[in-house]
Design a protein. Structure first.
Lengths: 308, 308
């Protein structure tokens, strides 16, 4: 089955790691959010692309959910002495990826080409595509003005209230080569349990993506990153509230209407079926909390089962 | 006493470390070779500037003679997987210096300004100046064509025969701000025991430097990096031979004629005094091999003594 997955970072990485164990990895295309890309120390950092690639190459630090396992922070510590910002926490192993990507971009390669080179070098089999080669920056309106996503999420630890979200540059961005083709040819679309506002939202904001999702006859299924009234991890709840979405599985269904066919919610939310279905999506339940490889595989299998 | 030192890397670092213990560091200006600067992974690397700064900040790895003590090589090892060249051996701590310098240059700072920022952040008291803000690249003609200095020295381990040396860009380079002024105001000029061809030669090739050295009434003393018929370390011997200089203390004196007043040779070369003096320099002897802090201080004291 030809699959397309829409992915952010940590939550997506878990489901994708399960998916490549139960589906054919070479027939999977992963379209990844680049709205939280950043320039750190002059280097092009693509956190979600790297989290997905590291996860599929079994290099991801599972405990942190980001960065490379066994990484060290010598360069970061030495940067502090020069007064350089260190809050972004680039590890020494991770740094190689950013140096390599930055070099490829400087030599005129696109982000999609750079991503293919990195994924290939790491032995990643699925096709990993940035949502766009053009820069799109998710920005959040906090009490003191607009913040980049990484400033909000890492530097401010998602503790400041957010009043609005925008995807800067999205209107002028084109989908990366292959994105619309993959959606058009997919036999199913899987929306990973990622933040609907800052992980999947930017992908949907790239012109053509929503139309492609609306036009494909392939079923689209999402796994809810919200259980009960809160996100499994990260600031999805606060950001959904900031954009006027209910912080619930129903809110996730609303974020993906009208093109979403099925929302998989946690079995703890079985009682919310009618709420979800009122948003126009079929509701299925599963255990959705992934605490290890078995849960990742089980959830991936449940997703494929719900598609069958 | 206002001092100017002309410096390359390892040998210079040792003498300078001694010098700041026996002379007033704030009255010392160090003019450093940038002919072996390189671009590594897209970063601006200035090996001699860094060796001098690290040495004076007590951060230099004394055993290797380059790089930072206690450094690790995680990024380098991760770069290998991406097919990036790793022969240059940039350490993780060292990398911070190159990232910081590259960022400063990208934002329009000159190399001299970037060097001042780095030296200041590391707590280096003497004034450290690059010989020029403009790129000068020492290139060596090997059997298969022209090599950059680092390709010759690090990648090829100085094992290929060299037939010619040139300082690319030197003719169009101006001395960095402060270089000629420091030479003009110096009460003594000290040429560190560095490679006359690839460490001191590039400095002398920058227009105006030779004239400044010729014009100053201040005495100029050099410490010979050659003992007997061989260099204390590194490829100075082979490169002197390649440029037609005798591989001996006399060859060093010839490289610095006619502006050099005194050459300090190792006591093992006491018998070569007349040979050196035939090149036009006074010859003094000392122990010149520096194997530790005491020898560094002793040699620095001997140099100041010879100037007195």
């Amino acid at each position: 089955m030809r699959l397309v997955a829409l992915a952010g970072g940590t939550g997506a990485a878990k489901l994708l790691r399960g998916l490549v164990r139960v589906a054919e990895p070479s027939r999977l295309t992963i379209v990844v959010n680049t709205g939280d890309d950043a320039t750190v120390w002059g280097l092009a950092v693509s956190p979600d692309l790297d989290t997905v690639c590291y996860a599929l190459a079994d290099l991801l630090d599972r405990e942190r959910g980001w960065g490379r396992r066994g990484d060290s922070f010598q360069t970061r510590d030495a940067m502090a002495r020069f007064g350089e910002p260190t809050w972004f926490n680039l590890g020494d192993l991770d740094l190689a990826t950013h140096l390599h990507r930055t070099g490829l971009l400087r030599r005129g390669r696109t982000l999609a080409e750079a991503t293919a080179a990195i994924a290939g070098a790491l032995g990643v089999v699925p096709r990993v595509l940035p949502m766009s080669d053009a820069p799109v920056r998710t920005r959040l309106l906090g009490p003191e003005g607009w913040l980049d996503f990484q400033e909000y999420f890492v530097r401010e630890r998602a503790r400041v209230p957010v009043r609005a979200v925008r995807y800067e540059g999205a209107g002028a961005a084109a989908p990366a080569p292959g994105v619309l083709e993959a959606i058009g040819e997919a036999e199913a679309v899987i929306v990973c349990p990622s933040n609907p506002v800052t992980s999947i939202g930017p992908i949907l904001a790239v012109p053509g993506v929503l139309a492609g999702l609306g036009a494909t006859p392939a079923p689209a299924i999402a796994v809810s990153p919200i259980v009960g009234d809160a996100a499994v991890s990260g600031p999805a709840g606060a950001l959904m509230a900031a954009t006027g979405l209910p912080v619930s599985a129903a809110g996730v269904a609303r974020a993906y209407a009208p093109w979403l066919d099925t929302l998989m919610v946690d079995e703890a939310d079985a009682g919310r079926r009618s709420e979800v279905e009122a948003e126009g999506a079929r509701c299925v339940t599963s255990r959705t909390i992934m605490t290890g490889p078995e849960e990742e595989v089980a959830l991936a299998r449940a997703v494929l089962g719900a598609l069958a």
